[in-house]
Design a binder for this molecule. Structure first.
Ligand SMILES: *[C@@H]1O[C@H](CO)[C@@H](O)[C@H](O)[C@H]1NC(C)=O
Ligand SMILES: *[C@@H]1O[C@H](CO)[C@@H](O)[C@H](O)[C@H]1NC(C)=O
Ligand SMILES: *[C@@H]1O[C@H](CO)[C@@H](O)[C@H](O)[C@H]1NC(C)=O
Ligand SMILES: *[C@@H]1O[C@H](CO)[C@@H](O)[C@H](O)[C@H]1NC(C)=O
Ligand SMILES: *[C@@H]1O[C@H](CO)[C@@H](O)[C@H](O)[C@H]1NC(C)=O
Length: 254
């Protein structure tokens, strides 16, 4: 995800510095480090006290327990990981966790999180470098953000019969939907939900090779106490075993 930080005061400071030395924009203040792992940290961002311009530009360069791994740069005091700072463009690239809403075969929720990005100006979400995606077969996803005090809500939905239909190469609309993000948003939050708890076994099952309901029968979602799956029922006017490979037969043929 990319954030923008068009802050007049910062740009003014930088252009003043750049009259002294053109490469100044890539530098930290004297006596301040300018690297956290692979990340170059130019002023107004900084990692040590007196090295950054206010709390919003603090980079928490945190060494994890494994000293063989490079340290991780977090933005301010939060958990947002910074992957690139470009002063010229006024852009910060960040990593934020994905929203998930997962169910087991019984339709009970197993995982859920609703990502929130409480970033107030000067940071706004770039509308040109971000897109909102949702993947799933019984899924709707809503994104909410603010431009000043004005609230915007957008999102998309995706329905399909089988998780196997989800297009893994691109967000073509098969098991994936996308939405544009309005420009200038801050304080983003994401909510994921489902129409049917991903629990329509019939819907999913009938595309499978091992689908158990044979000719002249229909699949039923009727819950079987303490069990997972679906039932097969004879169509009206037919007799026999709906699970038998030959299926059910009509009276006319008996
Ligand atoms: C920096 O990040 C680490 C790891 O997340 C955290 O334990 C520490 O409190 C943070 N420091 C500050 C000043 O936010
Ligand atoms: C950081 O972002 C800038 C602007 O988008 C880009 O030119 C630069 O190549 C990026 N650097 C890295 C290391 O990805
Ligand atoms: C699933 O939810 C049902 C109804 O809420 C409950 O009776 C059942 O114990 C749950 N199963 C699991 C595996 O959590
Ligand atoms: C945006 O988030 C900041 C930081 O949590 C908060 O102070 C501010 O009130 C929020 N603004 C809106 C419009 O929700
Ligand atoms: C989905 O699950 C929730 C909680 O597990 C339950 O309250 C709700 O009725 C279920 N909805 C459907 C359509 O099954």
């Amino acid at each position: 995800m990319a954030l923008q930080f068009p802050l007049a005061a910062v740009l003014l400071l930088l252009s003043a510095a750049s009259t002294v030395k053109t490469a100044a924009a890539a530098n930290a203040l004297p006596g301040c480090s300018d690297k956290c792992g692979d990340l170059t940290v130019p002023y107004p961002f900084g990692m040590e006290e007196r090295c950054y311009l206010g709390d919003r530009f603090f980079i928490n360069c945190s060494q994890g327990p494994n000293l063989d791994q490079p340290p991780t740069p977090y933005l301010t005091t939060g958990e947002i990981i910074v992957t690139n700072i470009s002063i010229d463009v006024g852009e910060l690239r960040i990593l934020h966790y994905r929203g998930r809403d997962c169910y087991n075969e019984e339709g009970n929720q197993t995982h859920r999180n609703s990502p929130e990005l409480w970033m107030s100006p000067p940071y706004t979400i770039s509308d040109t470098k971000n897109k909102f995606y949702a993947v799933g077969c019984d899924t709707y996803a809503i994104m909410r953000g603010f431009r000043g005090e004005e609230e915007f809500i957008t999102g998309c939905m995706s329905i399909c019969n089988s998780i196997d239909s989800v297009d893994k190469n691109s967000c073509s609309g098969a098991g994936c939907c996308q939405a544009n993000i309005p420009g200038g948003l801050h304080n983003l939050s994401v909510k994921l939900s489902t129409y049917n708890n991903h629990s329509d076994p019939c819907h999913e099952a009938q595309n499978r090779k091992d689908f158990a309901c044979k000719a002249n029968s229909k699949c039923s979602n009727r819950p079987i106490k303490g069990s997972v799956g679906y039932l097969c029922e004879r169509l009206p006017g037919y007799e026999g075993n709906p699970y038998h490979p030959d299926g059910c037969t009509g009276d006319d043929y008996l």
